[in-house]
Design a protein around this ligand. Structure first.
Ligand SMILES: *Cc1c(COP(=O)(O)O)cnc(C)c1O
Length: 353
């Protein structure tokens, strides 16, 4: 048995999703007549309470289009120092939009209105122009942390007061909504733009969307072509996304239960410590601290891999396990057992060595 817990991006389309993809009417989205993409864009805009939406090949492109269409070269973006746009988007804010980032502190990727205020640079001939606040929900490197509506509203209100636009990187907004007990539109209400992924928790092979005002999305549509993201019969992918919106959101609660079970089991293994107590695991991610007596996280990950459990080393002493649509409770049981076996094996070899 192989439990692939590297990321929630590894899911394969279910048979029913394939059927929805095969049944989707197709056109040419660059020529402007892709009926399934148009249907998805209308649906997602409505769901998030925005005027318009744009389907994109990836979440990175959706975030970068939000930056490109709302910022000018030399502008400053305000974002948590552990955010996806800093760590995993290949320097794109600098490369594609000429923007710099002012990084904020905050436990688990969450910060406050005071943090936003303290980072603010008043208008000044010397200073970059602060332009866009980025809020990530759930927060990936923060451990899948979930913003409460209230915390986000406070931050957004302060940001607006000081003249910032607000972008939500909602690659895992669906997880946040299920875990936080709020509607996608209720969160998006406080943002100018928001990106969401269909290829993570929702189990699609690819695809994300960016939502905002009609005017902003028209700009983003032009830049999407410029970035090489114009797709043709992309209704195939949009068909998968429409299916996922109908069938795969509510069930995320199961992924969150599996993450709690995993944390509980792994937490019983000597030398391993999950990033939160089982009941406090925020969504579908478990970060496991590996005691140095067991070797590095990379060594631990490699040993797990040999036993059919795939995880990713996050840094020298931490690895990441993510639950998703293709992870069953049998996979969780298998994974917990293997975490235990590997810990015993590595503890033994370090005593011998
Ligand atoms: C995965 C992810 C993205 C988008 O990643 P792609 O691989 O480009 O689709 C954006 N933001 C966050 C927080 C993510 O976890």
């Amino acid at each position: 048995m192989i439990a692939d817990l590297r990321s929630d991006t590894v899911t394969r389309p279910s048979e029913a999703m394939w059927q929805a993809m095969r049944a989707a009417p197709l056109g040419d989205d660059v020529l402007g007549d892709e009926p399934t993409v148009q249907k998805l864009e209308e649906r997602i805009a409505h769901l998030l309470g925005k005027e318009a939406a744009l389907f994109t090949p990836s979440g990175t492109m959706a975030n970068q289009l939000a930056i490109k269409s709302q910022c000018e070269s030399g502008d400053e973006i305000v974002a948590h120092h552990d955010s996806h746009i800093i760590h995993y988007e290949t320097g794109a804010p600098a490369a594609l939009s000429g923007c710099m980032i002012n990084p904020l502190e905050g436990e688990g990727g969450i910060f406050t209105a005071d943090d936003v205020a303290a980072a603010h640079r008043p208008a000044n001939i010397h200073a970059p122009r602060p332009r866009l606040l980025v809020v990530e929900n759930t927060h990936n490197r923060g451990g899948g942390t979930v913003w409460t509506l209230q915390a986000f509203k406070c931050v957004a209100t302060k940001a607006r007061d000081i003249g910032l636009l607000i972008h939500v990187d909602g690659a895992r907004l669906w997880n946040a909504c299920v875990a936080g007990g709020y509607e996608p539109g209720a969160f998006a209400e406080h943002a100018d733009s928001i990106s969401v992924c269909f290829s993570k928790g929702l189990g699609c092979p690819a695809g994300s969307a960016l939502c905002g005002t009609r005017k902003m999305i028209e700009r983003a549509r032009r830049f999407r072509k410029m970035f090489g993201g114009g797709m043709r019969q992309s209704g195939l992918l949009a068909g998968a996304a429409l299916f996922a919106l109908d069938h795969n959101i509510k069930r995320l609660a199961e992924d969150h239960r599996h993450a709690k079970q995993l944390a509980e089991g792994v937490g019983r293994v000597s030398g391993l410590r999950p990033h939160a107590a089982p009941d406090s695991i925020p969504s579908n991610m478990v970060f496991v601290n590996v005691d140095p007596s067991l070797g590095s996280a990379a060594q631990f990950t490699a040993a797990l891999e040999k036993r059919g459990v795939r995880t990713l080393p996050l840094d020298p002493a931490r690895l990441r396990a993510v639950t998703h649509l293709d992870v069953t409770s049998a996979h969780i049981t298998h994974a917990i057992a293997q975490f235990g076996e590997v810990a015993r094996e590595l503890a033994g070899s370090s005593r011998r060595g």
